[in-house]
Design a protein around this ligand. Sequence first.
Ligand SMILES: [Fe+2]
Length: 287
Amino acid sequence: MAEASLIRPEGTADDWTIPQSWSSYTAEEHATWDKLFARQAQMLPGRVTPEFIEGLDVLRLSRPGIPDFEELSDRLMRATGWQVVAVPGLVPDEVFFDHLANRRFVSGNFIRRPDQLDYLQEPDVFHDVFGHVPLLANPVFADYMQAYGQGGQRAAQLGAIDRLARLYWYTVEFGLVRSDDGLCLYGAGIVSSHAESIFALDDPSPNRIGFDLRRVMRTKYRIDDFQQSYFVIDNFEDLLSQTLNTDFAPVYQALAGESEIAPDAVLATDLVYHRGSQAYARSKTDA
Ligand SMILES: [Fe+2]
């Protein structure tokens, strides 16, 4: 993940990477990974897109303990030419885009404390590796992530990072995908969260709306709680081709004249899979 303005911590390279220092993880830290992994691995089959499970398998992620990035990168490199590199936390947007554009995924090297199993604001190694890396073993999704990084480099020049960030948010982090039996999860923010893996798919509260690139880039999002709307893609091929075939510069220009869309809004033009009651979000406002 990226953030606009940050100061590079001491000890990081120019590209903000650090050694993962795998041998420094404690037994308790490995046990935290195992606990989180077991909980998600039990719940996700049948809920997550099959490409995610295939990725876990190809990358041998089910082995106990926090993965060693060197070994993980070897497998990922053989599958799709991607690598995983360690960073101390959030990195600036342009650094993040540069890594993605060069098929490097940045991952926090720390893991949450045992009392933070359910929620953590800053992405840790479980979110970054378990949530994001399995789909990087899928050739189409791997190309989409690189295309996003290249799009980010262009958006930075056009002053449109905030627009493009919404595309990342509603696909890479919180996306749903159609399947033969309904909807499936694929967003890393969902699949790395036990509670949101259930909420995003089963709860009557959020909207589930067909993905539309321009619509998504107009839609604000929540960073502190479950999403009020999830966007559903048809498949990864379609997401990739829409991203590659869109000339973003005129889109950014056109969007500048259009209003923002609230996170809970449903438009007359939306393809609505499920119109949310928003009961959950309302219960939070009333509390
Ligand atoms: Fe993430």
